[in-house]
Each structure stands twice: as C-alpha cells, then as structure tokens.
Design a protein around this ligand. Structure first.
Ligand code: C2E
Ligand code: MG
Ligand code: MG
Length: 743
C-alpha cells in the first residue's frame, strides 16, 4: 500500500518540486528586481541630496564672499562716523591735542563701539600721532615699530586719490574716498581700512593729499568671526591660515588685492540634502522595508496558490489518467500510451493482458472489500515485476502491460513466468491469505499487429485461450486462437437461440443403483444439446460458457423442472440434478427450488441436488443458507466429484450433506490385477462414520463394482450398470422394477 502511495505521489512530487523551483526562481527574480529598484531609488535620492548639498554650499560660499565684502566695507563706514567731522580736523590741527577726546572719538571708542582692534592716526606726512590697540591707547613709537607695512601702500593710495580728487559715488553711503585691503597685522589676518579725516561742513580747508589719515584695523580671527558666524548662523565658522583639513568643511580664501592668500574663512556648511536624508532616512528605510515585505508576502502567496493550483491540476490530471483503487494507469492513459508507442518508428513491444482466474469467487465468498485488497496487491506485484513498463488496470480484474523490449517474445515469456511464480505463493491481504492465479494473453508488435485496436484484440484472444487451456498460464497470440474464440462466441449465440426456442436441448437420466441389492434407486439428470450443425455437444463444451455468460441459472432451472416433471411420473426413486456454483450463491435458490417442487407436486425428499465439491468448499453465507433451507424442506444434498476439492469431512460438520459422489478419477484407479484403492476405502469408511451415503460414479468394470460393493459403498453409477436414458425409459424401468443385472 505504501509502495502504491509512493507510486501514486512519486510523479506528483517530481512535478511539484519542479514547479516549486520555478516559483522560487520567479520570487528570487522579483525580489531582486524590487531590490535593484529600491537601490536605484535610494541612489537617486542620495544623488539628489548630494546635488542639493553642493548647490547649498555653492550658495553659502557665494553668500559668505558677499558678507565678507560687506563687512570689510562696514569698517570703512564705521570710520566715517568720526573721520568726516569738523571737530576731528580741528583736534588734529590743535597744537595740544586732547588725547582723551581722541580716545573717545577716534580711538578707543572705535574699539568699544564698533569692535575695531587697532587704530592708527597719521598726519599729513605719514607720521603716527595716535595709536590704539585692543581698547588701549599705546605709545605711537612702540606701536609703529610693530605695526609693519600693511597700511603704508593704502595710505599712499588714499593720498593719491585725494590729490586727484577722486569723486565719491553719490548713490552710495560713502562720504570720502578710502583704501581698504586685507593684510597681516601683529600676526592677525585683518581688514585694514584707511580714511582721511576731513571736514563735514567743508568749511575747513585742507590740502588734498595732506590730510590726517585714520587707519582702522579689524582682526578677522577675533570677535569678527564670532559675530559673523552668529549673525549668519554659520556653524564652526573660523579663520585659519591653511585650508581646513576636514573634508566636509567648506572655506573661502581671503586674498589681498594683490592676490596673496592670507588665510581662510571656514565653516561647517549647512547641507539641506544630507539633513533631509537624515530626517527622511528612517521613514524611507521603513517604507522600503514595508514595500519589500509586502511584495515578498504577495509573491509568497502567489507562489503558494500557484503551487496549490498546479497540485490540484496535476492531481486532477492524475485522477483522470489513473485508476482510483490501484493508482495504476487507467484505460484512457493505457490507450494513449499504446498509441504513442506504436506510432514510434519500428515499435517493438509485447502487450500482456492479465486476467485473474475466478476472481468472482473471491468477491462472492470473501466480499468486495477483500476483492479490492487483492486487486491492489496484484497491481503492486505487477508494478514491481515490470517497473519500466506501463502497467494499467483496464477492467475489474483485468490488467494490461505494455512491455517494451527489443526481443519482445523472450522478454515477455520471462515476465509471464515471473508473474506466475509470484502468484504461486498465497497473497497476504493483512486479514488472511488468498491464492489466486492469472491467465495471460500476449500479442507482439509488430509481428501480430501494429494497429493498437488490433493488438489489444489479439492479446485479449490470447488471454481467453490461456483461460480455456486451463488457466494459470499464458498464451502468445496465434492465428487458430481466433478461430477457437469465434467458435466459443458462436456456441454462446447458438445456446441462447436454443434456450429461446427450446430446440436441440434435452435431458437424459443416468440411473444409479444400490450396490448391495443392485436395485435402481434413482437417476441423475444430464443435459444434452443436439446442435443443428455440430451434432451432439458435450456439457463440458457449453456448461462453462453458459456459466461465464450468465445463462446457467435459466438453463439449470429448465433442467430442474424437466427432471422434477419426469420424476413425478416415476413410481419411486430419486432424481439428481446438477447445480452450478453460480446458482448456489443466489440467495433465492432454495425458494425457487421449493416453488418448482410445489408446482409439480414432487415430494422434496425425491430430489437430490448435486453440488461440485469445489464450490461447496468456497461457499459463502448465501450458499450455506440455501443448503440449510433445502435440507430443512427435505431435499437431499450430494457432493459431486468428491475427492477433487481436497475437502475434509470435518468441514462438512454442521452442513446437511447426505451423499458424497466419489469422483470417477478415483474409481478409474481400481484396475484389474491391482487390487482396490485405499483412498476410496478411506473415503467410504469416513463417510459412513459421518453418517453420509456414498455413491461411486463412472463404474465401468465388474471388478470396480465388486470392490466398491465389498468396501460398503452404498450406490453405484456408471456405464457398466447403465448409461443415460430418456425419462420414459427410466420410468419404464422403475415400473418393471429393474435391476442392473437384468438391464
Ligand atoms: P457429473 O455430474 O459428474 O456427471 C457424470 C458424468 O459422467 C456425465 O457426463 C456422465 O455421462 C458421465 N459418465 C457416466 N458414467 C460414466 C462412465 O462409466 N465412464 C465415464 N467416463 N463417464 C461416465 P456428462 O453428461 O457429459 O456430464 C459431464 C458433467 O457436466 C457432469 O458431471 C456435470 O458436472 C455437468 N453437467 C451435466 N449436466 C448438467 C446440468 O444439467 N447442469 C449442470 N450444472 N451441470 C451439468
Ligand atoms: Mg453429477
Ligand atoms: Mg461427477
């Protein structure tokens, strides 16, 4: 069963594995595509963020350049608050300058109010007259020593402008010409701005180019940078002599007008793209993971339903092509396979038709579930013996094997032997063992046929031949077989005709005699058929056909009726009628026999029903109930052909058997000069001790008669005593009180 299941699911699993692999591939590809798309999207966002950062940094650099420029200018503007002022000019010209006033208006005040770091005032000859550094007035001499030359070219430039009378742009807020540049002052990068100290009213005249000059220094690395960073929110804004080393810092070089770089203003630029990424990234990653998860889930669901759908389709296909009980190929698949194989160029195959012998008996006696188990067991055996072949169940107990082999005849012969060998052992069905044979018919392609229908027909004919030849064997198709089968078919048709018209069928009666007295005690009804063309046809030739094609019950009932009618006319004696196993299994048999006896008014004790011993052994519940009832109403039961069925007297216990008819094959063993038969003596003795009467059939010689009488056999029947006679002859003999010696 396990193997069958494996056979059944084996192909499904292979297909399923393939489908799963395919679905997994699709899922892997889909996920890869989603992953690539997600990566591309992430890359795109990243590039966009970088671009936004770059643009922002560009703008910041530009802005800072402008801011620096503006801040440079503001130094000059700051200066003008005190340099364009009559009071300042007057203070400069005063013989005794008021240093306190200068602190408050031109020096320290610039530091406290505007944050300028150094102030230097020179007279018209460039002599320093006032100096302030970081909020403290200092000695001009010592200041000038450390001041350097940063302001010198600017003062010269301013004087030149003043001399030339360079006009001041009216639109701007600048009142006087000036010169401004960057430079290093006292080790600080600084804005150096020079302005003339001039009259705001214009009433104090000064020689152009000889004005007092106010030099204002603003360090760039001090509070200036802090202010700038705070005001414009520039994180990490600072000045440095060298460019910043951190890769993410941005910087603007500070160059003097002559192009000399004196340092760099650097800051951590605001990166909107990176900031946006920083804020969006978790949400973006979450969303991507969610999309990824949903896609994966959807694909998983699609994969599952695809596989289930595929499984269902495969299973449906499997069910359509296979037999539900055995899982073997069914007829449809068998036909398909046979057609396909025969369509191949020069096909070489043997088609085996396997039919179980007497499978019906198994069903009738052991029940259909056991029959099913047997079919399954047999299908397993066949599938194991022919693993490379197509094994199909093409009927109830019919199997077909498409056996591909180069030497098809020899190979099929070998396979048949294997099957017979396997069936020689009882088959264990789990709830008992069953011994069953099989008849196998073989047709070879291309020798016998290449057409599938023809090949099947010939394998079927060969199978019938195997059955007719005694079952448990195999036959290769041969031409004469067809004729035999045809003949059989003809017999069936003719028998039906004869039964319908009543022409040619008759019943003869073979008497049996009491062994001791020799008195005729009864006669056995034997059917005869006078065929219109074949002449006398023996029961052996047509009774099995009638049994197989379902005619036997009608036929036997007719014989029974004839026999009862005949016996009713006899003054005494019993009439024996042969029963077929099929009748015995019919639950209504006893009722029907009773009805006939009643109609004909024959006393039931004048009827003996002969049952073949073999069928008695295989009798089912219905058969036994029939026997019980028949016995109850007084009908006698005889076991016919006793000795051929290997039954024991013990098995008869509890059954109303009255007679046993020792088979004629035993009687034939009693031969002249060889004495008697211990087997027959044993049967007779046992029968007597069991209360059964014995009849010897087929008594042909005087020696047999004498021996049988001597061992106590009750009745004798055979050609020695009397052959079959007509009903009228039997009647006449009864009336004459005949005995065999006188007949
Ligand atoms: P059976 O019931 O054992 O019948 C005895 C057979 O032995 C008969 O053959 C009979 O003619 C034959 N016989 C009688 N004496 C001798 C003899 O001395 N030597 C030899 N060699 N044979 C002898 P038959 O009539 O050909 O019947 C053969 C079998 O056919 C019967 O065997 C019985 O099983 C079956 N049969 C005959 N008539 C009927 C019938 O009406 N219904 C059924 N179901 N079966 C029948
Ligand atoms: Mg008989
Ligand atoms: Mg017999």
């Amino acid at each position: 069963m396990v193997l069958i299941q494996r056979l059944r699911w084996g192909s499904i699993f292979t297909v399923r594995e393939e489908r799963e692999a395919f679905a997994s591939q699709i899922i892997a590809w889909s996920l890869l595509i989603v992953l690539v798309m997600a990566t591309l999207l992430a890359a795109f966002i990243w590039v966009a963020a970088r671009k936004a950062d770059e643009l922002a940094i560009d703008r910041q650099q530009h802005l800072i350049a402008i801011v620096l420029e503006q801040n440079f200018r503001s130094v000059a503007q700051d200066q003008e608050s005190s340099t364009v002022w009559d009071d300042s000019v007057k203070q400069m010209r005063a013989r005794a300058r008021d240093l306190q006033w200068m602190d408050d208006n031109l020096g320290i005040w610039f530091h406290t109010y505007f944050g300028h770091d150094e102030i230097l005032i020179v007279d018209g000859n460039d002599n320093p007259i006032y100096a302030m550094r970081e909020g403290k007035r200092i000695q001009v001499e010592s200041y000038a020593r450390g001041f350097g030359t940063a302001a010198t070219p600017l003062i010269a430039e301013l004087r030149s402008k003043m001399r030339r009378g360079v006009p001041v742009r009216r639109a701007s807020s600048i009142l006087t010409p000036g010169a401004i540049d960057l430079g290093m002052v006292h080790g600080h990068p600084a804005i150096v701005s020079v302005k003339p100290i001039v009259s705001d009213s214009g009433e104090i005249r000064q020689r152009p180019g000889a004005e007092y000059v106010h030099v204002s220094i603003r360090y760039l690395d001090g509070t200036f940078v802090a202010d700038l960073a705070r005001r414009y929110q520039l994180a990490g804004g600072q000045f440095s002599a060298t460019p910043p080393v951190e890769s993410d810092a941005s910087s603007v070089p500070l160059r003097t007008r002559s192009g000399r770089t004196i340092g760099y203003f650097s800051w951590d630029p605001f990166r909107p793209g990176t900031a946006m990424l920083g804020q969006l990234a978790p949400a973006l990653v979450g969303a991507l993971l969610l999309v990824f998860g949903i896609v994966a889930w959807l694909l998983y669901r699609i994969r599952r339903s695809t596989i289930l759908l595929g499984d269902a389709r495969t299973q449906a296909q499997h069910l359509a092509d296979h037999d539900a009980l055995t899982s073997l190929a069914n007829r449809a698949l068998f036909d398909k396979e046979l057609n396909r194989r025969l369509a191949e160029p020069s096909p070489k195959l043997a088609l085996l038709y396997v039919d179980l012998d007497h499978f019906k008996n198994v069903n009738d006696h052991l029940g259909h579930p056991t029959g099913d188990l047997l079919i399954v067991a047999l299908s397993r055996i066949l599938a194991e013996l022919a693993p490379a072949d197509v094994v199909a169940r093409v009927g109830g107990d019919e199997f077909a094997i498409i056996h591909m082999a180069a030497d098809a005849v020899a190979s099929a012969e070998k396979l048949c032997r294997k099957i017979h060998r396997a069936l020689a052992r009882p088959i264990d069905l789990g709830q008992g063992e069953v011994l069953i044979g099989a008849s196998i018919g073989i047709a070879i392609a291309p020798t016998d046929a290449t057409d599938p229908v023809d090949l099947v027909r010939k394998a079927d004919i060969a199978m019938y031949d195997a059955k007719l030849s005694g079952r448990r064997r195999h036959s290769f198709y041969a031409e004469p077989m067809g004729r035999r089968i045809r003949e059989r078919g003809e017999i069936e048709t003719d028998l039906r005709d004869a039964m319908r018209t009543g022409k040619g069928l008759s019943v003869v009666y073979q008497p049996y005699f009491e062994a001791r007295s020799g008195a005729m005690v009864g006669a056995e009804a034997l059917i005869r058929w006078h065929h219109p063309t074949r002449g006398i046809t023996l029961p052996e030739q047509f009774i099995p056909i009638a049994e197989e094609c379902g005619l036997i019950e009608t036929l036997n009932e007719w014989v029974l009726e004839q026999a009862c009618v005949a016996a009713a006319r006899w003054p005494s004696g019993t009439v024996s009628v042969n029963l077929s196993p099929v009748q015995l299994r019919n639950p209504s048999l006893a009722e029907r026999v009773f009805a006939i006896l009643k109609r004909i008014r024959l006393n039931p004790d004048r009827l003996v029903l002969e049952i073949p011993e073999a069928s008695f052994l295989q009798s089912n519940r219905a058969a036994r109930s029939n026997l019980g009832w028949l016995s109850d109403i007084g009908v006698q039961i005889a076991l016919d052909d006793f000795g051929t069925g290997y039954s024991s007297f013990k098995q008869m216990d509890g059954f109303e058997v009255d007679h046993i008819k020792i088979d004629q094959s035993f009687i034939a063993m009693i031969q002249f000069g060889h004495g008697g038969s211990p087997v027959i003596k044993a049967i007779v003795d046992l029968a007597r001790s069991s209360g059964l009467q014995t009849t010897a059939e087929g008594v042909e010689t005087e020696q047999q008669r004498l021996y049988l009488a001597s061992i106590g056999c009750d009745m004798l029947q055979g050609s020695l005593l009397c052959g079959p006679l007509s009903a009228a002859d039997i009647s006449a003999r009864f009336h004459a009180g005949s005995d065999p010696q006188t007949s």
